[in-house]
Design a protein around this ligand. Structure first.
Ligand code: 2AM
Ligand code: CA
Ligand code: CA
Ligand code: CA
Length: 264
C-alpha cells in the first residue's frame, strides 16, 4: 500500500527546504547560461534544486519516477506508477532579473491521476498545496471553491506575446478578450499564474505552450477548487506532453471558450 500521507509530508518538507536554499543563494553569485535561445535562461540553482529533489526522492522512494525540467530525472514515456513532475524554478527569468515572482512546482501523479499539487512561492514563503479530494490550501488557509465571474469583471493572466504576431495563435482571437476584460496581468511564472487562478487573484490564465513541469502541480490544485483547465481549443490536457493551457473559474471557462477561443 502506498502511504500517501507520508509522501505528502516529505514533499512539503523538501519543497520548503529547497526554497530555503534558493533564498540563501541570493547572497551568492549565480552562474547563468542560456538554453534554446538568448531569453531561455538556466542557472546553477535550477540545476542544484532539481538534483536536490532527485536525491531525496531516490533515497526515500526508489521505485518512484521523476520528470524534471533540467533533465536529471528519468526519460518518461508512459504514466505508469508514481511520477513526480518537478519544475525546480518556474520563472527563471524573474529569479535572475527580479529575485521574486518565481516558484517551485511539484505534481505527484499515480497512473496518470494527480494526487498531490505543490506550488511554493519562495520569496513570500507561501505554499499552495492540495491533496486529491481534500481541497486546496495556501499554507493553513483553505481556498474556497471558485465561482463564475463574467469577462467584463475578470482579470486575465496573459502574456502580451500572444496578442502580437506569433506562430501559435492569431492575435485577432485574443484582442477582443483583452479589450472586454477588466484587466490583464502577466507574472512570467506559469506555476504562480496557476496558483493565482486557484486562489482567485486571477480569474483565468491563457498560454499557448507549456511543458508538463509548468502545469503538473497547478492542475491538481485547480481541480480541488472546482476550476477547469483544458487546451485553448477546449481539449483535455495531456499530462506528459506540451499543451496550450486555458485554466479558469468554471462558467468563465465556458464563456471564453464559446465567445472567443472557439472563433479561432
Ligand atoms: P521556466 O521559467 O521554468 O522556464 C514564462 O512566461 C513561463 O513560461 C515560465 O513559467 C517559464 O518557465 C515558461 N517557459 C519558458 N520557456 C518555455 C518554453 N520554451 N516552453 C514552455 N514553457 C516555457
Ligand atoms: Ca526553463
Ligand atoms: Ca517552468
Ligand atoms: Ca524551470
Amino acid at each position: 500500500m502506498t502511504n500517501w500521507k507520508d509522501i505528502d509530508h516529505h514533499a512539503k518538507s523538501w519543497i520548503r527546504e529547497a526554497g530555503e536554499r534558493i533564498r540563501g543563494s541570493f547572497a551568492t553569485s549565480l552562474s547563468i547560461q542560456t538554453k534554446s535561445n538568448p531569453n531561455d535562461l538556466v542557472t546553477n540553482m535550477d540545476k542544484e534544486t532539481e538534483q536536490f529533489f532527485i536525491s531525496r526522492i531516490k533515497e526515500t522512494y526508489p521505485d518512484h519516477r521523476i520528470l524534471g525540467e533540467e533533465g536529471y530525472g528519468h526519460e518518461i514515456e508512459d504514466s505508469k506508477g508514481i511520477i513526480w513532475i518537478i519544475d525546480p524554478i518556474d520563472g527563471t527569468m524573474n529569479f535572475v532579473h527580479q529575485q521574486r515572482n518565481f516558484a517551485i512546482s511539484i505534481g505527484i501523479y499515480e497512473e496518470g491521476t494527480g494526487m498531490i499539487g505543490l506550488i511554493y512561492d519562495v520569496v513570500h514563503d507561501e505554499l499552495y498545496h492540495a491533496f486529491k479530494g481534500e481541497g486546496a490550501f495556501m499554507d493553513d488557509t483553505p481556498l474556497p471553491k471558485l465561482e463564475h465571474r463574467e469577462v467584463k469583471e475578470a482579470i486575465i493572466g496573459l502574456n502580451a506575446t500572444w496578442v502580437t504576431e506569433n506562430k501559435r495563435i492569431d492575435p485577432s482571437v485574443l484582442a477582443p478578450l483583452v479589450r472586454n476584460a477588466r484587466g490583464t496581468r502577466s507574472y512570467g511564472s506559469a506555476a504562480l499564474e496557476f496558483a493565482y487562478v486557484v486562489s482567485g487573484r486571477l480569474d483565468c490564465y491563457i498560454t499557448m505552450r507549456l511543458a508538463p513541469w509548468d502545469f503538473a502541480g497547478g492542475l491538481v490544485l485547480l481541480h480541488e477548487v472546482g476550476g477547469i483547465a483544458t487546451t485553448v481549443s477546449g481539449e483535455p490536457i495531456s499530462i506528459l506532453e506540451r499543451n496550450s493551457i486555458f485554466a479558469s473559474r468554471p462558467g468563465l471557462h465556458k464563456e471564453i471558450l464559446n465567445s472567443y477561443l472557439n472563433k479561432a
